[in-house]
Design a protein around this ligand. Structure first.
Ligand code: HEC
Length: 148
Protein backbone atom coordinates (compact mmCIF):
# COMPACT_ATOMS: atom_id res chain seq x y z
CA UNK A 1 0.00 0.00 0.00
CA UNK A 2 2.83 2.35 0.93
CA UNK A 3 4.63 1.62 -2.33
CA UNK A 4 1.50 2.35 -4.28
CA UNK A 5 1.04 5.75 -2.63
CA UNK A 6 4.69 6.61 -3.31
CA UNK A 7 4.15 5.78 -6.94
CA UNK A 8 1.11 8.02 -7.00
CA UNK A 9 3.13 10.91 -5.54
CA UNK A 10 5.84 10.35 -8.16
CA UNK A 11 3.24 10.32 -10.92
CA UNK A 12 1.75 13.57 -9.59
CA UNK A 13 5.19 15.23 -9.49
CA UNK A 14 5.99 14.15 -13.02
CA UNK A 15 2.61 15.35 -14.17
CA UNK A 16 3.13 18.78 -12.64
CA UNK A 17 6.59 19.14 -14.18
CA UNK A 18 5.18 18.30 -17.60
CA UNK A 19 2.41 20.83 -17.03
CA UNK A 20 5.03 23.55 -16.40
CA UNK A 21 6.05 23.44 -20.04
CA UNK A 22 2.75 24.78 -21.26
CA UNK A 23 1.44 28.23 -20.39
CA UNK A 24 -2.00 28.52 -18.91
CA UNK A 25 -4.03 31.53 -17.86
CA UNK A 26 -7.43 31.23 -16.31
CA UNK A 27 -10.07 33.66 -17.52
CA UNK A 28 -10.36 34.88 -13.91
CA UNK A 29 -6.99 36.67 -14.24
CA UNK A 30 -7.17 40.18 -12.85
CA UNK A 31 -4.91 42.97 -11.62
CA UNK A 32 -5.04 44.36 -8.07
CA UNK A 33 -8.08 46.59 -7.51
CA UNK A 34 -6.02 49.67 -6.57
CA UNK A 35 -5.14 50.79 -10.10
CA UNK A 36 -5.33 54.59 -10.22
CA UNK A 37 -6.56 56.43 -13.31
CA UNK A 38 -4.50 59.63 -12.76
CA UNK A 39 -1.29 57.73 -12.00
CA UNK A 40 -2.02 55.61 -15.07
CA UNK A 41 -2.32 58.69 -17.25
CA UNK A 42 1.04 59.94 -15.91
CA UNK A 43 2.66 56.54 -16.57
CA UNK A 44 1.16 56.50 -20.08
CA UNK A 45 2.94 59.80 -20.74
CA UNK A 46 6.18 58.84 -18.98
CA UNK A 47 6.47 55.62 -21.02
CA UNK A 48 5.81 57.47 -24.29
CA UNK A 49 2.62 55.57 -25.17
CA UNK A 50 1.16 58.84 -26.43
CA UNK A 51 3.94 59.16 -29.02
CA UNK A 52 2.01 56.54 -31.02
CA UNK A 53 -1.52 56.48 -29.60
CA UNK A 54 -4.20 59.10 -29.55
CA UNK A 55 -6.52 58.51 -26.59
CA UNK A 56 -10.10 59.46 -27.38
CA UNK A 57 -11.51 62.22 -25.17
CA UNK A 58 -8.27 63.15 -23.34
CA UNK A 59 -6.05 66.23 -23.45
CA UNK A 60 -2.82 64.22 -23.93
CA UNK A 61 -0.28 65.57 -26.44
CA UNK A 62 -0.99 64.27 -29.95
CA UNK A 63 1.12 61.40 -31.31
CA UNK A 64 4.09 62.42 -33.42
CA UNK A 65 5.42 59.09 -34.71
CA UNK A 66 5.83 58.67 -38.48
CA UNK A 67 4.21 56.91 -40.21
CA UNK A 68 1.26 57.46 -37.85
CA UNK A 69 -0.18 54.56 -35.83
CA UNK A 70 -3.93 54.33 -36.59
CA UNK A 71 -4.76 52.61 -33.26
CA UNK A 72 -6.77 55.11 -31.21
CA UNK A 73 -7.30 53.95 -27.62
CA UNK A 74 -10.53 54.62 -25.71
CA UNK A 75 -13.92 55.48 -27.18
CA UNK A 76 -16.91 53.27 -27.92
CA UNK A 77 -16.56 49.49 -27.83
CA UNK A 78 -18.99 46.57 -27.88
CA UNK A 79 -17.56 44.73 -24.85
CA UNK A 80 -15.63 45.88 -21.79
CA UNK A 81 -11.87 45.46 -22.19
CA UNK A 82 -10.72 43.08 -19.47
CA UNK A 83 -7.51 43.23 -17.43
CA UNK A 84 -6.33 40.09 -19.22
CA UNK A 85 -6.88 41.58 -22.67
CA UNK A 86 -5.19 44.90 -21.92
CA UNK A 87 -2.24 43.38 -20.06
CA UNK A 88 -1.57 41.02 -22.97
CA UNK A 89 -1.79 43.89 -25.45
CA UNK A 90 0.74 45.93 -23.49
CA UNK A 91 3.37 43.34 -22.57
CA UNK A 92 3.06 41.05 -25.61
CA UNK A 93 1.62 43.20 -28.42
CA UNK A 94 2.57 40.87 -31.29
CA UNK A 95 0.53 37.99 -29.90
CA UNK A 96 -2.68 39.33 -31.40
CA UNK A 97 -2.47 42.26 -33.78
CA UNK A 98 -5.26 44.81 -33.54
CA UNK A 99 -7.72 44.79 -36.48
CA UNK A 100 -6.09 47.49 -38.62
CA UNK A 101 -4.29 47.27 -41.98
CA UNK A 102 -1.17 45.16 -41.33
CA UNK A 103 1.21 47.46 -43.20
CA UNK A 104 0.32 50.32 -40.81
CA UNK A 105 0.75 48.42 -37.55
CA UNK A 106 3.35 45.70 -38.11
CA UNK A 107 6.79 45.11 -39.59
CA UNK A 108 7.59 41.54 -40.68
CA UNK A 109 4.49 40.33 -38.83
CA UNK A 110 5.61 41.88 -35.51
CA UNK A 111 3.77 44.78 -33.90
CA UNK A 112 5.40 48.19 -34.23
CA UNK A 113 4.64 48.58 -30.54
CA UNK A 114 7.63 47.83 -28.29
CA UNK A 115 7.21 44.91 -25.87
CA UNK A 116 6.88 46.58 -22.49
CA UNK A 117 7.51 43.54 -20.28
CA UNK A 118 11.06 44.73 -19.42
CA UNK A 119 10.24 48.42 -19.40
CA UNK A 120 7.53 48.91 -16.82
CA UNK A 121 6.67 48.01 -13.25
CA UNK A 122 3.58 46.06 -12.26
CA UNK A 123 2.40 49.26 -10.54
CA UNK A 124 2.64 51.18 -13.83
CA UNK A 125 0.88 48.35 -15.68
CA UNK A 126 -1.92 48.23 -13.10
CA UNK A 127 -2.41 52.00 -13.26
CA UNK A 128 -2.25 52.15 -17.07
CA UNK A 129 -4.90 49.43 -17.35
CA UNK A 130 -7.12 51.40 -14.92
CA UNK A 131 -6.53 54.54 -17.00
CA UNK A 132 -7.34 52.79 -20.28
CA UNK A 133 -10.45 51.05 -18.93
CA UNK A 134 -11.77 54.45 -17.85
CA UNK A 135 -11.45 55.72 -21.45
CA UNK A 136 -13.69 53.06 -23.03
CA UNK A 137 -17.47 53.29 -23.12
CA UNK A 138 -19.53 50.20 -23.84
CA UNK A 139 -22.11 50.89 -26.55
CA UNK A 140 -25.64 50.26 -25.38
CA UNK A 141 -26.87 46.97 -26.80
CA UNK A 142 -29.44 47.09 -29.56
CA UNK A 143 -32.88 46.18 -28.27
CA UNK A 144 -33.55 42.47 -28.49
CA UNK A 145 -36.77 41.67 -30.29
CA UNK A 146 -38.68 38.74 -28.93
CA UNK A 147 -41.41 37.24 -31.07
CA UNK A 148 -44.18 35.39 -29.32
C1 HEC B 1 5.97 52.78 -31.50
C2 HEC B 1 4.51 52.94 -31.41
C3 HEC B 1 3.78 52.46 -30.19
C4 HEC B 1 4.02 52.77 -28.88
C5 HEC B 1 5.14 53.63 -28.29
C6 HEC B 1 2.95 52.13 -28.11
N1 HEC B 1 2.11 51.47 -28.96
FE1 HEC B 1 0.43 50.45 -28.43
N2 HEC B 1 0.17 49.84 -30.34
C7 HEC B 1 0.98 50.21 -31.41
C8 HEC B 1 0.54 49.50 -32.59
C9 HEC B 1 1.18 49.62 -33.98
C10 HEC B 1 -0.57 48.72 -32.20
C11 HEC B 1 -1.40 47.77 -33.11
C12 HEC B 1 -0.70 46.45 -33.27
C13 HEC B 1 -0.90 45.57 -32.06
O1 HEC B 1 -2.03 45.13 -31.81
O2 HEC B 1 0.09 45.36 -31.36
C14 HEC B 1 -0.78 48.96 -30.77
C15 HEC B 1 -1.78 48.38 -30.02
C16 HEC B 1 -2.07 48.71 -28.70
C17 HEC B 1 -3.23 48.25 -27.97
C18 HEC B 1 -4.35 47.36 -28.50
C19 HEC B 1 -5.51 48.22 -28.95
C20 HEC B 1 -6.67 47.46 -29.54
O3 HEC B 1 -7.73 48.11 -29.71
O4 HEC B 1 -6.55 46.26 -29.84
C21 HEC B 1 -3.13 48.77 -26.71
C22 HEC B 1 -4.11 48.59 -25.56
C23 HEC B 1 -1.91 49.57 -26.67
N3 HEC B 1 -1.31 49.51 -27.91
C24 HEC B 1 -1.47 50.26 -25.56
C25 HEC B 1 -0.23 50.89 -25.48
C26 HEC B 1 0.34 51.39 -24.25
C27 HEC B 1 -0.33 51.34 -22.88
C28 HEC B 1 1.57 51.89 -24.57
C29 HEC B 1 2.62 52.44 -23.63
C30 HEC B 1 2.98 51.60 -22.48
C31 HEC B 1 1.74 51.74 -26.01
N4 HEC B 1 0.63 51.11 -26.52
C32 HEC B 1 2.85 52.19 -26.74
C33 HEC B 1 2.02 51.11 -31.37
C34 HEC B 1 2.58 51.63 -30.24
Amino acid sequence: MLRRSKLLVLAALLGSSWACNTRYSASAFHLPADGDVERGKAAFLALGCNSCHQVSGTDLPQPAVQPPVPVVLGGDVNERYSDAFLVTEVIDPSRRLAPYPREQIAVDGRSRMPHYADRMSVRQLTDIVAFLQAQYRVRPRLPQYVYY
